[in-house]
Design a protein. Sequence first.
Length: 320
Amino acid sequence: MIKRPRRLRVHPEIRELVSENSLSISKIIFPVFVKKGKGLFLQNKSLPVAYTLSPDRLIPFLKELHSKGLASVLLFGVSENKDARGSDALLKDSIIIHAIDAIKSKIPNLLVMTDIALDPYTDHGHDGIYKNGKILNDETLEVLSEMSTLHAKAGVDLVAPSDMMDGRVKAIRQTLDRSGFENTGIMAYTAKYASCLYGPFRDVLSAEVQGDKKTYQMDFRNRREALRELKLDLEEGADIVMVKPASWYLDIVSDFKTFSDVPVAAYQVSGECSLIELGAKAGLFDRDRGILESTRSIVRAGADLIATYFAEDLIRILAK
Ligand code: PBG
């Protein structure tokens, strides 16, 4: 007898009934760039779906999105005083500290996460302390731990180390605990690959890299190695583990789903979002369908949470 899987596809109601994954706005993390100043609400040509905001514009913008269901944001700081050590990252009144403070006092229920790495603040564009063409792993851990503690003091909910230094989750966890921030979480960028897809993001931050990041970010040929990073981050105390980029790395998301005992996040990075945005603009496909298909596929692969610049669009699309 012929088997008929199409029976369950015959009309929208039955498709809805048997659909395997649901994407809800509570699972979305919205990455936002913050910059000192007044009245800034900037968009960038290479990443048209993202915003760079000054604190005065940030709060009303996020308040509105929060009222429509947005649950969390991931903050990146834009620096205009870059130096070799990334000193802006450790300022007690950095733009990130201002932003955390403002959000926590005006929109206390919006979860705030911050990216922990030095590349927005260094003139060489690397994520850590960089001397004579080399990244100094262990020196970098100290800076990242200090940066995390400053953010924790300002009230951040989770810090998100994106630097891929060895041992950083443990170092940050220990420092946070010692400083009395045992409830500040760590969302680790666990399998972060050296990808061309970060191009638009680096453009937004004017973070051109001297050389490349291949001595710390992962080689995109490798799958098994991601499990090693996963094991380490879990041992070291990560509360959420992330795969990045997302769409070209769904095998890794799927592996994490199987082997992680903490929630799995996936980051639909700048290049992924801009490909969809610009492809749709060129008339290659429908924009909303592109946004939905890409994000639902990431969920299907096993992601519990998605960081994506399409958060605003998803709020609108999912409300339909
Ligand atoms: C910083 C960082 C990067 C991204 C997130 N955190 C860039 C990089 O590692 O070069 C990329 C995000 C995106 O492309 O949207 N370490």
